[in-house]
Design a protein around this ligand. Structure first.
Ligand code: FES
Length: 111
């Protein structure tokens, strides 16, 4: 099974974490199942951008994003060329290194 390495995030996983996920699994659900409480304000429907992650390794092994996901990502805080909405992302055959951005759109608004 592919290995998912999550880089340290101050609130969500201060030490970072590595776990295995089945190929084809939803990345957001795999994170949650492993105790990383990524925000998911729209309950995985791809409508909110709070589940934004940056895929530092393994980006090309993931499913292709739909146009709606790319539009939604434009609204996320700190978006990069290797950003995805984790609820729309399926784990591929390769290991991943995932960074959770410091802020989600909700937090950015509160600043
Ligand atoms: S949970 Fe809302 S876009 Fe992923």
């Amino acid at each position: 099974m592919p290995k998912i390495t999550v880089l340290p995030h101050e609130q969500l996983c201060p030490e970072g974490k590595t776990f295995e996920a089945r190929e084809g699994a939803s990345l957001a659900r795999a994170l949650l199942a492993n105790g990383i409480r990524i925000e998911h304000a729209c309950e995985f429907s791809g409508a909110c951008s709070t589940c934004h992650v940056i895929i530092r390794e393994g980006f090309d092994s993931l499913n292709e994003p739909e146009d709606e996901e790319l539009d939604r990502l434009d609204q996320a805080w700190g978006v990069t060329a290797v950003s995805r909405l984790s609820c729309q992302t399926k784990v591929g055959s390769e290991d991943l290194v995932v960074e959770i951005p410091k802020y989600s759109r909700n937090h950015a608004k509160e600043r």
